[in-house]
Write a protein that binds this ligand. Structure first.
Ligand code: GLN
Length: 495
């Protein structure tokens, strides 16, 4: 609605139809290339030289689930190698951009970043090459490209969608997410469309982090699932409490984005009678550093298996005998990984080393708990995974009756409303000539808090005014754990 666009829907199955693996095409689907496809002709490269010829013997559950709902895979999309990056420039296949070089007379530096790491997926829906695209979101990789490209991006609650067949980057943070031009197709896939079961209900026994059916039932108990077959009524915004987190109003926030954010808030208040409530999430300022300790630590351990022997392209210039195993390993990894991935591995190996562990990895885990606690304090709904007595956050199947009412504070808001990124999309010139890698990491400052807490979040485009007229800023909605259906309904109205 803010973007004044019409909702679009997928041409879903007729009533009573049961999705089968051989369903006719209902929508076209692009798949990020760190998600396994096994159709005999596509590779799954993760944008890495190491996996440049890798063909998966099995398919990711999420791809099969979408094929069963009538999705036809039209292509795999480019990404930052193993999902590590914010601009989709760290790929063995070259950089992604949202403009075509012809538009800008071949001036590559003037092309705008598509965001990362699911930049290829965002561009595929922006250009209409796919109705829906799959991405992965570990610290913002679906939401940031959505914001830069002016499309919709959705990261579900951690543990909702199966990650079986998704190449892990940082297991405790990785989620599969969706990109599309409108919210509706995403909402229909998650919640169901009245004839097809929503993905929110599907447990995958192959993924140990996929919530069990009984945990799903318990989580859903205090959550509303709106009638999935109709567009949500704008009246759901009436009286809805939207929190504006003060700590997101940072010095680095561009005035254009700040203006779009405050216009959205006033519009929602004046036209839809939403209640705008300033809230404080004090641990937010430490979230980015905690993320960039935890994610590389998990990555360094995940990527240890790429040795050029069992996994990945082998460096054939090295003698293949037992004595040379270490050399083969080092040399294959040195050639197989790009510079950003090597940097993350070194960073992770350091923060996990015995001398640095206490100061970095364990501190970051503490910050992560504080970030979660901030969210639980401001949301009106309780977090069904948290036991306030022990203050544990446990994704295993909790015993019956562990939904806790105590939220460490008074009831406050239904959703948080904030920008997705601190600036509009920079140009590739700005990205590549930018100073240190930290300049790139700063783009994730508004997306990592929800990732650390495992919360659902969506980015919807909001037109900007003044400087940047004609472009859109990403407006982010963050919800309490497992409040995905209501979040998507609200996002659909806002859009
Ligand atoms: N930009 C972040 C990183 O590089 C997030 C990536 C992601 O969500 N996959 O780690």
């Amino acid at each position: 609605m803010l973007a004044r666009s019409r909702p679009s829907s997928l041409p879903w199955l007729p009533k009573d139809a049961i999705p089968s693996p051989h369903s006719p095409t209902r929508f076209t689907l692009a798949v990020k290339d760190n998600i396994a496809t096994a159709d005999g002709h596509t590779t799954t490269t993760c944008g890495s030289p190491f996996l440049s010829n890798y063909r998966s013997p099995f398919e990711a559950t999420i791809v099969s689930q979408l094929r069963a709902r009538g999705g036809r895979v039209v292509g795999k999309t480019n990404l930052d190698e193993f999902g590590m990056g914010s601009h989709s420039v760290h790929s063995a296949f070259g950089a992604v951009a949202q403009d075509s070089p012809e538009q800008l007379a071949g001036d590559v530096k003037a092309l705008r970043s598509a965001g990362g790491s699911s930049g290829g997926s965002a561009v595929s829906v922006l250009l209409g090459e796919a109705d829906v695209a799959l991405g992965t979101d570990t610290g913002g990789s679906v939401r940031l490209p959505a914001a830069y490209c002016g499309v919709v991006g959705f990261k579900p609650s951690y543990g909702m969608l199966s990650r079986f067949g998704v190449v892990p980057y940082a297991n405790s943070l990785d989620t599969v997410g969706f990109l599309a031009r409108e919210v509706r197709p995403i909402r229909e896939l998650i919640v169901g469309d009245g004839t097809t079961q929503g993905l929110w209900a599907e447990h995958d026994p192959n993924d140990p982090t996929s919530l069990t059916p009984s945990a799903r039932k318990r989580c859903a108990r205090s959550r509303q699932f709106y009638s999935p077959s109709q567009s949500p009524d704008p009246s759901i915004l009436n009286g809805l409490r939207l929190g504006l987190p003060l700590e997101y109003n940072i010095h680095e926030l561009s005035p254009t984005i700040r203006d779009a954010w405050s216009r959205a808030a006033s519009l929602l208040q004046s036209h839809f009678s939403a209640r705008i409530i300033p809230v404080s999430l004090p641990s937010t300022r430490h979230a980015l550093s905690a993320y960039y300790v935890i994610a590389p630590a998990e990555a360094s351990s995940n990527l240890a298996k790429y040795d050029g022997i069992r996994y990945g392209v082998r460096d054939t210039s090295v003698e293949n005998d037992a004595a040379a195993d270490g050399v083969l390993y080092a040399s294959s990894r040195g050639k197989g990984f790009g510079p950003e991935v090597r940097r993350r591995i070194l960073l992770g190996a350091y923060t996990l080393s015995s001398k640095a562990m206490d100061n970095y990895f364990l501190q970051a885990q503490r910050v992560r708990r504080l970030v979660r606690r901030d969210f639980d304090r401001v949301f009106a709904l309780p977090n069904p995974l948290v036991d306030p007595d022990q203050q544990v956050f446990d994704l295993s199947d909790l015993p019956e009756g562990t939904i806790m009412e105590d939220k460490w504070g008074p009831e406050e808001v239904d959703f948080l409303l904030c920008p997705t990124a601190p600036t509009l999309a920079p140009t590739l010139g700005e990205v590549m000539e930018g100073g240190s890698p930290v300049d790139e990491y700063v783009n994730d400052v508004f997306t990592v808090p929800a990732s650390l807490a495992g919360l659902p979040a969506a980015s919807v485009p909001m037109p900007v005014e003044g400087e940047g007229e004609g472009k859109t800023a990403g407006l982010q909605l963050i919800g309490q754990y497992w409040d995905d259906a209501r979040l998507l309904a609200v996002a659909e109205v806002i859009r």
